[in-house]
Design a protein around this ligand. Structure first.
Ligand SMILES: Cc1cc2nc3c(=O)[nH]c(=O)nc-3n(C[C@H](O)[C@H](O)[C@H](O)COP(=O)(O)O)c2cc1C
Length: 367
């Protein structure tokens, strides 16, 4: 069971940065749920997010939501971030979360080449990506043309503008896990020889243009969070950066483009990223960029995020220690919060024995 001997103060201190203030250090991790028929988040989805806000989550990052491109998502029940009906749905989500005292950002998403041909919501829309390659390297479609890439940049910018207009507290760009932005980062999926390809720094160009275009739309004071990962959906051992120096070269252009906060996605937050230091990916990112960072990965659980199998609750001591050391500023909680809307409240009240273990049936329901 989840015993902790440590004071939980580090988790419940307010977070203050130039553009974003939060009541505490807890973040709801973005989690695709597939409960938005025709891409429209309804009242049940708004209630689901409101319950997390009511129970004290510092910042909610929504599930990935598709930007305005016909192949941005895989499935008819994934929420979209364009079109009046979907945007009205999101507006209600924001209103409900704010009424409950919470803060919320949408995770702007394009799945790129992970989409299968013929998938809904637009069966005719072919998957698109930097080189038309699947994550395992097979050629599926033609590489995006330069003008298609530039139009895609503008689709992200439009979504950022809409997020601000709807009253969100910022945006998160999904640059992780092998989806579109990450397909540009990764040498296995980006074989381009134009300005969007080349070495690791060259491969950041698409992200840089996306961030700059979003910044242009939202102005200087609106928080832009950037989520990235080393691991890919099909390869948990993949690495964009093998060394701290490579990570630094990778992050620098992204920082200069205008990111405020990094969300460093790992499957187990306690794992050291590089040999010779205990710092995890978030810790290194904070050290190298000086930006606030969110860590994530199996918080409160003894089974890592590899499949959607169940996991038992686990001690928070290791997490608290890293927060106390200021290795990272915030921590995202995924499966624990998916299962238990009261997770943050229970932890704050010291009711660790009441935390619910993650159970894969939770995926079928909006608890
Ligand atoms: C059901 C489910 C859906 C997910 N969907 C997304 C997503 O849309 N975007 C994203 O960046 N990560 C997604 N993730 C990854 C989570 O944000 C998080 O990084 C991962 O679950 C590890 O955290 P945890 O161990 O606390 O669950 C998803 C995870 C789960 C369990």
């Amino acid at each position: 069971m989840s015993q902790t001997n440590k004071s939980l103060e580090a988790l419940f201190k307010p977070f203050k940065s130039e553009k974003l203030t939060l009541a505490n250090r807890t973040v709801m991790a973005p989690m695709t749920r597939g409960f938005s028929p025709e891409g429209i988040p309804g009242e049940d989805v708004a209630d689901y997010y409101r319950r997390r806000a009511e129970n004290g989550v510092g910042l909610i990052v929504t599930e990935g939501t598709g930007i305005n491109h016909p192949a941005s998502v895989s499935g008819a029940r994934i929420p979209l971030f364009h079109g009046d009906a979907s945007l009205d749905g999101w507006k209600q989500v924001v209103k409900d979360v704010h009424q409950a005292g919470g803060k919320i950002v949408p995770q702007l998403w394009h799945v790129g080449m992970t989409r299968k041909k013929g998938e809904l919501p637009n069966a005719d829309a072919l998957p698109v990506g930097p080189s038309g390659l699947s994550l395992s390297g097979e050629k599926v479609t033609e590489p995006m043309t330069e003008s298609e890439v530039m139009a895609m940049v503008e689709a992200y910018a439009q979504a950022a503008a809409d997020a601000k207009r709807l009253g969100f507290d910022g945006i998160e760009l999904h640059g992780a896990h092998g989806y579109l932005i990450d397909q540009f980062f990764w040498g296995n999926t980006n074989k381009r020889t134009d300005r969007y390809g080349g070495d690791l720094v060259g491969r950041t160009q698409f992200a840089v243009e996306v961030i700059e275009a979003c910044r242009r739309e939202v102005g200087p004071d609106f928080p832009i969070i950037f989520r990235f990962s080393q691991w890919k959906m099909n390869d948990f051992k993949a690495k964009l950066a093998e060394t701290p120096d490579e990570l630094h070269r990778f992050l620098q252009p992204i920082v200069e483009a205008g990111v405020d906060i990094f969300h460093c996605s790992t499957r187990r937050f306690w794992e050291a990223e590089f040999e010779g230091s205990d710092l995890n990916l978030a810790g290194w990112t904070k050290k190298l960029t000086g930006k606030p960072v969110i860590s994530v990965g199996s918080v409160g659980l003894d089974g890592e995020f590899t499949s959607f199998e169940g996991a038992n609750t686990a001690s928070l001591d290791g997490l608290i220690e890293k927060l106390e050391n200021e290795e990272f500023d915030m921590v995202a909680i995924g499966r624990s919060l998916l299962m238990d809307p009261e997770w943050v409240r229970k932890v704050r009240e010291g009711r660790l024995n009441d935390l619910l273990p993650f159970n894969k049936e939770a995926l079928q329901k909006l608890y």
